[in-house]
Design a protein around this ligand. Structure first.
Ligand SMILES: *[C@@H]1O[C@H](CO)[C@@H](O)[C@H](O)[C@H]1NC(C)=O
Length: 163
């Protein structure tokens, strides 16, 4: 009788497993409360290896940088201050980070600032103008000219600014 129940359960499982047309996937939940990034480790994983919990301190979860304006006196007139796993090792495996973007340019009378939340612990920064006009290898002038409805001479002029 017990054997029949096992075969029945196994058969039911195979039926559900093999005839189901639905697939579900997602990030697995972290296995521990925290996994502070150990940037000294030579082991390469998706993210960083966990620091020894006995070596973890409150500073691993704290970053002052978002409260301070970045210097916008540069070519692009803005400054990105990142608060990711590099600044806050305690973000490791959590898949989140923040950035502060300061602007010089603002239509109002105060300095413009944006705080953005990102769904990655180390997202990086991509400047669109650099990606388009200083790409390596370069994008064809004809493509840029068509995309921006400008002449190839204007494309060359803009590209020189990024050289
Ligand atoms: C952004 O601001 C910080 C802090 O003032 C400064 O150290 C850094 O050089 C600035 N970055 C750029 C690209 O201007």
């Amino acid at each position: 009788m017990a054997n029949r129940m096992i075969y029945f359960t196994l058969g039911l499982f195979l039926l559900i497993c093999c005839y189901s047309d639905r697939v579900m996937a997602g990030d697995s939940d972290p296995l521990q409360d925290f996994c502070v990034a150990d940037e000294e480790s030579k082991v390469l994983v998706n993210g960083f290896v966990c620091k020894d919990p006995m070596q973890v301190s409150a500073d691993d979860f704290f970053f002052r940088g978002l409260g301070q304006a970045g210097n916008t006196d540069n070519d692009v007139g803005s400054n990105v201050t990142m608060a990711n796993v590099k600044q806050i090792p305690g973000l490791n495996t959590l898949g989140i980070s923040l950035v502060r973007i300061d602007y010089a340019q603002n239509v109002g009378h105060e300095n413009g600032v944006a705080i953005s939340a990102l769904s990655s612990q180390l997202p990086g920064v991509q400047t669109i103008a650099n990606s388009l006009f200083a790409a390596d290898p370069p994008l064809p002038d004809s493509v840029l000219a068509k995309a921006f409805r400008i002449t190839q001479e204007v494309v060359d002029y803009i590209q020189k600014k990024f050289a």
